[in-house]
Ligand binder design. Structure first.
Ligand code: PGA
Length: 262
């Protein structure tokens, strides 16, 4: 089957409203319609409004970088699903390694966020991935399995169809040292098998699984052309409109290549 691919940009804590507008002005006129893929931009909360206007009627969809699991309440500094829906967010990144490791988010908390998003019909981009020392100790599959199992713990098979998963080895994020496409494919195939076990083979075939970690215009094709890799979650390179545009173009090229084999 051919799943719709995803080219997603995670801006992290970069770009003011003004810088986000300038980005859209540089990016949008150079876009055309792309086949077989979705383009997703996840800016900081403060830039959602300007980008909602800028991206209206284009192929670019909006995502956020975090959400609270409760629909509302006394949670100072947090943001709810319905607040994000007001900006037309279709995706929300959850469990990014920076949130897990800098802000000490637990896999249980991530699982609650995933559940809330799926209930509200927003797609979580659930990030999982091992640290370098865990890889060196041969623990990659164990760590990924645990993060995944806790992340999807509360979902029914129907809700799970909203899921997007991103495999992001922590040692590859922002380091310029990407995984090899073969290694990423192997872990992602393992994630798909785990989904089949947790839900059913149909859900496992349906869910999009991305690779993230030092993705660039030069290496993106080699990842996305892999059988089980359905796109990328891009940090640094997504901040530059020209580089992100090349990533989108290369993702389409991979889609065309994969459709030949299908
Ligand atoms: P990077 O970040 O592309 O800068 O390595 C990826 C991510 O954190 O999602």
């Amino acid at each position: 089957m051919s799943r719709l691919l995803i080219a997603a940009g995670n801006w992290k804590m970069h770009k003011t409203m003004e810088e986000a507008s300038a980005y859209a002005e540089a990016f949008l006129p150079r876009m055309r319609m792309y086949r077989g893929l979705e383009i997703v931009v996840c800016p900081p909360f403060t830039a959602l409004s300007v980008l909602q206007s800028a991206f209206r009627g284009t192929q670019v969809q909006l995502g956020a970088q975090n959400v609270h699991w409760e629909p509302q309440g006394a949670f100072t500094g947090e943001i709810s699903v319905r607040m994000l829906q007001e900006f037309g967010c279709r995706y929300v990144i959850v469990g990014h390694s920076e949130r897990r490791h800098i802000f000490r988010e637990t896999s249980e908390e991530v699982g609650r966020k995933v559940k809330t998003l799926c209930v509200f019909g927003i797609s979580p981009i659930l990030c999982v991935g091992e640290k370098l020392e865990e890889r060196d100790r041969g623990k990659t599959y164990e760590v990924v399995r645990e993060q995944l199992q806790k992340g999807i713990a509360h979902l029914s098979p129907e809700e799970a169809r909203n899921l997007v998963i991103a495999y992001e080895p922590v040692w590859a994020i922002g380091t310029g040292r990407a995984a090899t496409p073969e290694d990423a494919e192997e872990v992602i195939r393992f994630i798909r098998e785990e989904l089949a076990r947790a839900f059913n083979p149909h859900v496992a075939e349906y869910v999009r699984i991305l690779y993230g970690g030092s993705v660039t215009p030069d290496n993106v094709f080699s990842f996305v052309v892999q059988k089980n890799i359905d796109g990328t979650l891009v940090g640094g390179a997504s901040l530059d409109p020209s580089k992100f545009l090349s990533i989108v173009e290369e993702t389409e090229r991979a889609f065309i290549e994969k459709s030949k084999g299908a």
